[in-house]
Ligand binder design. Structure first.
Ligand code: ADP
Ligand code: 5GP
Length: 205
């Protein structure tokens, strides 16, 4: 069975990564979003095992010590990580996996030499980013300013990624993301086995 492909999606907080990826995975077969582990507390409306695996700081530290994370990072003072076993299980089943992680986490994935296609999502402008952070109605004013500060440093990381998309019109951006996934699926050597199976059915003249 062919192995699945790994995708990494990063971008400033509030740019729309989570909404885009959730929309894509519900409308694209064979693609799942990785569920991260976090040591932060749950926000109203969040559910353990749905939004994240919520674990204690002790459990998170133990997972780090046992080297169970493909990558992990401290984001806005909280710990988040992608479990290697979860990701590997999907990939081994031939399912593609998308990680929605911060810029440092994406760097760790690159350093790990795991094969991954990375996508950076930019907001159309700083003011649009600010209004999305406010519109989400989730963070305090202090949190919003902190996220905007981090975004000022983070946006220049776009050059480290394979693809960059600007999340202006939502539906159009989901389709751009889908096009990247579909395009990657047609790449060699991933298509080698399937192509060879068909090619060998053609009897040479
Ligand atoms: P992130 O995961 O990058 O932090 P979210 O997915 O939480 O961002 O999106 C932040 C807010 O922006 C949400 O309220 C979401 O509904 C909204 N949003 C996302 N994409 C768009 C878009 N293209 N146009 C308008 N609003 C958007
Ligand atoms: P939030 O607390 O708003 O859900 O997430 C905050 C940030 O943490 C987001 O930018 C998100 O991309 C990042 N994040 C979520 N899960 C992971 C993860 O597993 N690893 C890393 N490195 N970042 C993550």
């Amino acid at each position: 069975m062919s192995k699945g492909m790994l995708f990494v999606v990063s971008g400033p907080s509030g740019t729309g990564k989570t909404s885009l990826v959730r929309s894509l995975v519900t409308s694209e077969d064979g693609l799942v979003e990785s569920r991260s582990y976090t040591a932060r507390s749950t926000r109203p409306g969040e559910m353990n095992g749905v939004d994240y695996h919520f674990v204690s700081r002790i459990t998170f530290d133990e997972m780090v010590a046992r080297d169970e994370f493909l990558e992990w990072a401290n984001v806005f003072g909280n710990l988040y990580g992608t479990a290697s076993a979860d990701t590997q299980a999907h990939l081994a089943d031939g399912v593609d996996v998308v990680l929605v992680i911060d810029v440092n986490g994406a760097r760790h994935v690159r350093e790990s030499k795991v094969d991954a296609t990375s996508v950076f999502v930019l907001p159309p402008s700083p003011s649009v980013l600010e209004s999305r952070l406010r519109g989400r109605g989730r963070d305090t004013e202090e949190e919003i300013q902190r996220r905007l500060d981090v975004a000022r440093d983070e946006v220049s990381a776009f050059s480290e990624y394979d693809y960059v998309i600007v999340n202006d019109d939502f539906d159009a951006t989901v389709e751009q993301l889908r096009a990247i996934v579909v395009g990657c699926r047609a790449k060699l050597p991933d298509m080698d086995a399937e192509a060879l199976a068909i090619a060998t059915k053609f009897v040479p003249r």
